[in-house]
Design a protein around this ligand. Structure first.
Ligand SMILES: Nc1nc2c(c(=O)[nH]1)N[C@H]1C(S)=C(S)[C@@H](COP(=O)(O)OP(=O)(O)OC[C@H]3O[C@@H](n4cnc5c(=O)[nH]c(N)nc54)[C@H](O)[C@@H]3O)O[C@H]1N2
Ligand SMILES: Nc1nc2c(c(=O)[nH]1)N[C@H]1C(S)=C(S)[C@@H](COP(=O)(O)OP(=O)(O)OC[C@H]3O[C@@H](n4cnc5c(=O)[nH]c(N)nc54)[C@H](O)[C@@H]3O)O[C@H]1N2
Ligand code: SF4
Ligand SMILES: [Mo]
Length: 881
């Protein structure tokens, strides 16, 4: 063990020497340099045509100090980002070069978005000063219909915070804390909690129906998978709805490519033959969005039908580790007829879920389904993977359970070369089993005294109608209860999740944007903390400009399994921006509260605490502090702390931007197999379910869904197929005759390279690189007379939006791909959105669980006969001051 830690230390020391060599220039402190003028200078340097080491102004782009800089968005990856600072000006960016790149010790390289970060931070459309809407009036809102189109007036911080505090005080007196809706803002939450509370939101956003496996029934808490080295032991990787090349930037696609090169075969189940499948030479099985459960039932039926001849099912495995597969393994007290196998065979409902039955629902050929059944058989080593996308569908509540069950049928859990798991975001192709203990800021939780939480899918209706269905928090259901709610203030406070960059779902990213705008024009007061003129800011009365992570003390990220990314401050706050926490403190003061009660320790101390408490779990699973901290460090930082021995000196970690662990196929982490302990000894290590096994039949899930009182869909203990009402089945007016309805196409939202959700959409370089078209299949385009590049209008009852067409053979006919996150841009004359905002089309529909169906929406589309769209790169930025 000591040897291993020694090796880690040595690697750090080596890269430290390289680092010092590379950045021989002075380490002049930047903090004193006001960078208000920095934006212009950076632009000159960036847009220069000159060679790589000389800026257009002749500036030498080699000398200076490389500083670790944040790339903090919720982007599916987490990478090292460095900026070259010269005389206080950021002139260049680079990524991880702390060591040679290898499979054993990969660099944590950034993507195009991260490398364009300076164009976001130093953008001309940064919010620079507090401002108020010209026709806003205190306490009444003034002309509220002008929200989103009004002019802006610059005001002082004192004025702005006084206005906000007065609105809050007024609403607290008149209606109480429940009237304040605050869907996001880790820092402002603390101030509002101290002030009496606020109404909060929750959502299944990323994971969709995967939420129902995380904590309940099946015991797949977080769906354990295997380490990346183990994947070489597999014959097949079967991928449902996975596009790491777009949505898991960083190393996952590269890890997958190593598997392909080693001879592992890939099968892709997806409406889109995406770039990842192309890279991996995957065999493509096209399916309609939301139809995966149907396809998998066809696979299960085929496995049962062909088991006698081919020996596909591992019966011992099923009976030992799962309950509810067949009549003999049903839990005590349950009706034996409700077992999964008899459901698949159609024993009692008269509908055998054959490959042909599945084809009618999913669109995949019966031969492809039969082939997949053979692949899933027990003779093969299979990693059955899905990203989250196929879970973000209404009526697909039972897809994750059916997915897991098919994996269990072939015995693909808990053994080398086999796993059944979500493979998504930064842990795609490398199970998320942690190698680190995250550092803690030292801020104790400050709970909200109010328990009102509105599901994002219901939020806008709730505010318009004055009532909502309270079901507790996503993942932790309480029985559905209709409550009155009377929202007067919307406070968009920024990001959630105990760390930056995690999901909130703002006006832009919640379903039903047109209804959201109506709500924003109804309530008494809207305030937003933002650094860029995002959709929340646009539809507000008062906007408070905040710093980006580049202008803050620093933070620690441990989203990457094998690396801890640390970054510090790049520059002082631009213009009049303040950190979210500073805003929360100053507002607390205006509200007559003591800001120290909300934030008893400084932002610097919080950063230090994170670094000091981060630990590597060594090969025995024992936490080893990462940072070596001396008394001199503590004194230099001016914080409280205790010296400690770690694996890398504190300042070196921050200078490098990363502490990463060299790996090898023989290390203890490589042997990490999901659920191995349970498989080895299911009695000693039971699953946290009633039966102690994987529960294919789950009364917990049935009761949970039944308790919501939502009507669309069934609450069932047996995982069953449900027609997708906002998907393929719903696209027909008459399913029997196959007569199409008014909205015959399924639109879904691929997470897109140009952006991290809506973030980065204002960055010119990225607009230049990625056009944000709408993907249309060649067949549908032919039928509609649409050519590549034509402006297309997409519509349904929720709204209308425009995009240029990208006509492709890689998309299944009947399916339309509208990338996620385009900034809404409503033409007030026509009501049509020119920004291709996905949530213009996503409605406030849900099903029995309350899941949000981003990838199940119905639309029609046509060639647009109005003025064609200009390319996004031509669109001017909105610079207010
Ligand atoms: N139609 C549709 N909608 C979707 C999805 C979909 O697929 N389709 N996907 C959903 C998913 S998976 C997710 S995770 C959510 C994400 O939803 P969001 O988290 O709302 O998405 P972002 O666009 O990343 O929003 C971040 C916003 O916070 C601002 N911001 C960033 N850093 C800071 C900061 O430090 N302080 C403050 N005050 N503001 C900051 C950014 O400028 C940006 O406007 O979207 C969901 N919405
Ligand atoms: N560039 C970029 N990367 C991101 C993000 C971003 O906004 N931009 N967002 C990050 C976040 S927070 C999240 S949650 C993840 C989301 O990442 P994912 O959940 O992986 O979602 P997508 O990348 O949209 O889609 C992955 C694949 O699923 C397919 N798909 C869609 N619906 C279905 C379906 O019903 N069935 C099947 N079989 N396939 C389907 C799509 O065609 C696509 O090929 O991405 C993360 N990464
Ligand atoms: S994947 Fe995310 S963290 Fe990494 S460089 Fe790209 S945007 Fe930044
Ligand atoms: Mo997400």
């Amino acid at each position: 063990m000591t040897n291993y830690l020694e090796k880690v230390r040595e690697t750090s020391a080596m890269s430290r020497r390289n680092f010092i060599k590379a950045s021989a220039a002075a380490t002049a402190a930047l903090t004193a340099t006001g960078l208000t003028g920095c934006a212009n200078q950076v632009k000159t340097a960036d847009t220069g045509e000159a060679g790589p080491n000389v800026g257009s102004d002749g500036r030498n782009l080699v000398d200076g100090t490389w500083v670790s800089a944040a790339c903090w968005h919720n982007c599916g990856g987490r990478c090292v980002n460095k900026v070259l600072v010269q005389d206080g000006v950021v002139v260049r960016q680079k990524t991880d070069d702390t060591h040679e790149d290898s499979y054993d010790h990969p660099q944590m390289r950034g993507c195009g978005r991260g490398r364009s970060q300076r164009q976001q931070v130093f953008s001309a459309d940064r919010l620079k000063y507090p401002m108020k809407r010209k026709h806003w009036e205190p306490l009444t809102g003034g002309d509220k219909s002008l929200r989103g189109i009004d002019e802006w007036e610059r005001i002082s911080w004192d004025e702005a915070l006084t206005y906000v505090a007065d609105e809050i005080k007024h609403v607290m007196d008149a209606y109480g804390p429940r009237a304040i809706y605050c869907p996001g803002g880790d820092d402002i939450f603390r101030t509002l909690a101290l002030n009496g509370g606020y109404t909060y939101s929750h959502s299944t956003s990323s994971v969709g129906n995967w939420a129902w496996l995380h904590n309940y029934g099946y015991g797949f808490i977080g769906l354990e998978g295997n380490d990346r080295y183990d994947l070489f032991n597999s014959d097949y990787v079967v991928m449902f709805g996975s596009n790491p090349a777009w949505s898991s930037a960083g190393n996952p696609s590269w890890f997958y490519k190593h598997l392909k090169d080693a001879g592992v075969k890939f099968i892709a189940i997806d409406p889109f033959f995406n770039d990842s499948y192309d890279l991996l030479d995957a065999e493509w099985i096209p399916v309609y969005p939301g139809s995966d459960a149907a396809l998998l039932l066809g696979v299960a039926h085929t496995m049962l039908a062909e088991d006698g001849e081919k020996g596909l099912i591992d019966w011992d495995f099923l009976h030992t580790y799962a309950s509810g597969f067949d009549a003999e393994s049903m839990p005590e007290g349950a009706d034996p007829k409700e077992n999964f196998m008899d459901y698949v065979l159609g024993t009692y409902d008269g509908v055998p879920k054959t490959a042909e039955w599945a084809t009618e629902h999913c669109g995949a050929a019966p031969e492809a389904i039969r082939k997949l059944a053979e692949v899933m058989g027990k003779a093969n080593n299979v990693n059955l993977f899905s990203a989250f996308a196929p879970g973000r569908i209404i009526n697909a509540e039972y897809f994750p359970a059916i997915f897991a069950t098919v994996g269990l049928m072939g015995g693909h859990i808990g053994k080398p070369g086999n796993s059944v798991t979500t493979s998504s975001n930064s842990w795609a192709a490398n199970s998320r089993t942690d190698m680190f203990v995250a550092g803690q800021t030292g801020l104790e939780p400050l709970p909200n005294p109010i328990d009102d939480m509105i599901n994002d899918v219901d939020a806008w209706d709730a505010i318009l109608e004055g009532k909502y269905l309270h079901t507790g928090m996503t993942y932790l259901f309480q029985p559905g209860e209709v409550r009155d709610i009377d929202i007067h203030i919307i406070y968009h406070g920024g990001l959630n999740g105990g760390s930056v960059g995690t999901e909130v779902c703002s006006l832009q990213t919640k379903p039903n944007l047109n209804k959201g705008i109506e709500v924003h024009r109804k309530v008494d007061f809207v305030v937003t903390q933002a650094y860029t003129y995002n959709t929340d800011a646009r539809y507000s009365d008062i906007v408070l400009p905040v710093t980006t992570e580049w202008e803050r003390e620093g933070r620690l990220f441990n989203y990457q399994k094998e690396a801890m990314i640390a970054y510090g401050k790049v520059c002082e706050p631009l213009f009049e921006a303040k950190s979210d926490q500073q805003v929360a403190r100053e507002l607390a003061e205006k509200l007559g509260l003591n800001p120290d009660d909300a934030f008893p320790i400084s932002e610097k101390q919080q950063y230090f605490n994170q670094l000091a408490t981060a630990a590597l779990l060594d090969e025995t699973g024992t936490p080893q502090p990462v940072a070596t901290i001396t008394q001199e460090d503590i004194d230099a930082w001016g914080v409280e702390g205790t010296p400690q021995e770690g694996l890398i000196p504190l300042q070196q970690w921050i200078d490098q931007g990363v502490f990463s662990v060299p790996r090898s196929k023989d290390d203890a982490y490589a042997a990490c197999i999901g659920y191995a302990a349970f498989i080895e000894d299911p009695v000693a290590n039971p699953r946290p379910t009633a039966s102690g096994k994987f529960e294919i039949y789950s009364p917990t899930v049935r009761d949970m869904f039944a308790s919501t009182t939502r009507e669309n869909g069934v609450a069932s203990a047996t995982p069953v197929w449900q027609p997708i009402l906002d998907g393929y089945e719903g696209s027909f007016a008459n399913w029997e005759t196959k007569e199409k309805g008014p909205y015959p196409y399924i639109v879904y939202n691929p997470h897109y390279l140009r952006r991290s959700h809506s973030t980065f959409d204002n960055v010119g370089w990225l607009r230049n690189a990625w056009a944000h078209p709408v993907y249309i299949s060649a067949q549908d385009a032919r039928e509609k007379g649409i050519a590549d590049g034509d402006t297309v209008i997409l519509w349904n009852d929720n709204g209308k939006t425009l995009r240029p067409a990208c006509v492709t053979e890689r998309l299944m006919p009947g399916v339309v791909g509208l990338p996620h996150g385009g900034w809404v841009d409503i033409d007030e004359e026509t009501g049509i959105d020119r920004g291709g905002a996905d949530n213009i089309l996503c409605g406030s529909h849900t099903s029995v669980s309350g899941v949000i169906g981003w990838n199940s929406c119905l639309i029609d589309f046509a060639k647009y006969d109005g003025e064609p769209l200009m390319a996004d790169i031509e669109k001017p930025q909105t610079v207010i001051f």
